[in-house]
Each structure stands twice: as C-alpha cells, then as structure tokens.
Design a protein around this ligand. Structure first.
Ligand code: NAI
Length: 312
C-alpha cells in the first residue's frame, strides 16, 4: 500500500500539543506535509498556558525528518487566529489545510454552569473554529484550493449528560462546517467534521476498559484522507474511533402533511407525532436549499421559487 503523499502541502493543526491534535500533526508530518503545530499549552479546563506542548511536538516531527513550526496563540480570539494563520504563511508561504481541533472541557449539569464555563467552552471550540477558518479562508480562496477538518463530538450530535455547554459548541461547529462547505464549494474548498473518540487526557477517566482500544492515532488517518487533494468529499460528518470510520448524517422524515389550506389544531399535531417521527423512510438533504425544494414540491407542486443562499 502506498502512503498518502502530502509533501507539497502546508497544514495547520490547532490544539496539536497533545492528544488527538498531536497525533494528527505527527501523521501529517510523516506524510510529508509542513505542519504548523498550534497549542496554547493549558490544562484540560483551559487554565494556564505554556509553549512546551507545541514545542515538544515540533521537536518530534523534526527529529523524524519532517517540517514543523510552533504557534502558541489562542484560537479563541480573532487576532490570535490571524496570527496562527500568519505563522503558516511566514514559515511556509502557503496554507492548504486547517484542522480545527483545540478544545477544553468544563463539564457540569446545566444548573451548575458558571458564566465562565459557558463562555470559555463556546469561545475555544465554536468561536475558535470560526475565527481560524475565517483567517484561512481568503488564503485558500486565492489559491483555489483548501481543506477544512473540524472537530465536533458525538455529544454535540447525539447529546450527553453534563455537557450542555460543550454539546452546544460542538453542534455549532457541525452547522458551521456545512455552511462553510456551501461558501467554499466554488473555490475548491471542502469542509468536513469528525466526531472522534480516543484515549487522551480529556477522556482519561471516562472511557474505562474501552480506552485500551481507542488510540488517538486511529483517528488521524481519516483527517489525513480528508486533507488530501484527492478527496473532494465535503459537507460530511464522520465518526472515527478505534479504527472504525462511519458517516453521521441528518435525515428528514416524510412527516405528516396537515393540509395546505389552514393551520391544524395542536391536538391534531399531538395525535400525529408518531407519523411525524417515523423514520421508516427519510431523505438526506445536501443543504437547506434542498430541504426548501422538497417543501416547495410538497406544498406547491414545485411552483414556488426557492431563493435561499442568495447572500454573498
Ligand atoms: P487534549 O486536551 O489532549 O487536547 C486539546 C488541546 O487543545 C490541548 O493541547 C490544549 O492545550 C489545546 N487548547 C486548548 N485551548 C486552546 C486554545 N484556546 N488555543 C489553542 N489550543 C488550545 O484533548 P483531546 O481529547 O485530544 O481533544 C482534541 C479535540 O477532540 C477537542 O476539540 C475535543 O473536544 C475533541 N474530542 C475529543 C474526544 C476524545 O474522545 N478524546 C471526543 C470528542 C471530541
């Protein structure tokens, strides 16, 4: 089997000083990519900062014969994000791929969340993903090529007790990626999401015996594949854990049509919840416009004009 070749590519991995990000950076470096290893170097809860985390991964990649530079800025501010992208351009003169991976945890049930627990988690995961992508987008647009891989979580897609702040941020990333995929399509820019599960300091106490089979290195090959110029897949969300890779998708049931001539009584809606929720058949709209077209077909026989996504 030949190795995926990324030797003429420059990629940036946020939160690459430990765990999954470090694993991605190592693999990308081994595949020949020049890597910007960004990490603030704090604790799992987001406290503190240090240059040592990013430096250690850069040293590893360099020792293995790869090319890498460190960046210590936080993804959570727009200026920091600009500097992180600037580090790629300064060191390597281009930027082909971005892996938004930096993350922190502040798990508490909803009544116990402090303002800081909410703001920090949204700032690092969701705003960090938006700001870094926003800084990279013009560079990719100019080049007519770009690859984004964002890190969400099954918590954000399927839900998890004690993670309302984190789930909200991660679900936001999934929505952001799909909208970004729409905006990037005409410039050769793809945007996909991974929902990993892996043994890292973040999950140390959560995975029990399963931790043994959840090596972060088993997630990284999907990241590398999605960064490849040979992969045109976009708008997708993947589950990746322990060497199993799968698609996560949002389906739309046929639902219940109350009739187009008026509004039904809420009692009627209650009585039809089973039909509304029935997943025996479903479709998977590629974007919001396609859902609107399904609706137009159903409600007007396709006569209504659909005009979503007109903003530039
Ligand atoms: P980790 O704690 O080992 O890695 C996160 C890295 O992000 C750390 O090195 C940290 O210093 C860095 N970071 C935190 N705030 C930052 C900021 N503002 N700017 C730049 N860097 C910052 O944890 P892990 O598990 O490797 O997490 C990586 C990503 O994967 C996170 O987004 C996490 O939410 C996500 N994830 C992990 C899962 C798992 O099973 N480990 C499950 C689902 C999602």
């Amino acid at each position: 089997m030949s190795l995926l070749d990324l030797s003429d590519r420059v990629v940036l991995v946020t939160g690459a000083g430990s765990g999954l990000g470090a694993s991605h950076a190592r693999l990308l470096g081994a595949l020949g990519a020049a890597v910007v290893v960004n990490d603030l170097g704090g604790a799992v809860d987001g406290s503190g900062s240090a240059t040592s985390a990013a430096d250690a991964v850069v040293a590893e990649i360099s020792a293995a014969g790869g090319r890498a530079v460190a960046s210590y800025d936080s993804v959570a501010s727009r200026d920091g994000a600009q500097r992180i992208v600037g580090a790629a351009l300064d060191a390597f003169g281009r930027l082909d791929g971005v892996v938004n991976n930096a993350g922190v945890l502040r798990d508490r049930s909803l009544p116990k969340l402090s303002v800081e627990d909410v703001e920090l988690v949204i700032d690092v995961h969701l705003k960090g993903t938006i700001f870094v992508s926003q800084a990279a987008f013009p560079v990719m647009k100019e080049a007519g090529f770009g690859r984004f891989v964002h890190t969400a979580s099954s918590s954000g897609i399927f839900g998890n007790f004690g993670q309302t702040n984190y789930a909200a941020a991660k679900a936001g990333i999934a929505g952001f990626s799909r909208a970004l995929a729409e905006e990037g399509a005409r410039y050769g820019i793809t945007s996909n999401v991974i929902c990993p599960v892996a043994r890292t300091r973040m999950t140390d106490e959560l995975l029990g015996d399963l931790a043994d089979v959840l090596d972060p290195a088993a997630v990284s090959p999907l990241v590398a594949a999605l960064l490849s110029p040979r992969c045109a897949v976009t708008r997708e969300t993947f589950s990746a854990a322990g060497g199993r890779y799968a698609r996560i998708f949002s389906g739309l049931t046929p639902g219940w049509l109350a009739g187009t001539g008026g509004t039904p009584d809420p009692e009627d809606v209650l009585a039809h919840l089973d039909a509304i929720l029935d997943t025996t058949t479903y479709s998977v709209p590629v974007n919001a416009n396609e859902e609107l077209m399904f609706l137009a077909q159903l409600l007007t026989g396709g006569e209504a004009r659909v005009a979503l996504g007109a903003a530039r």
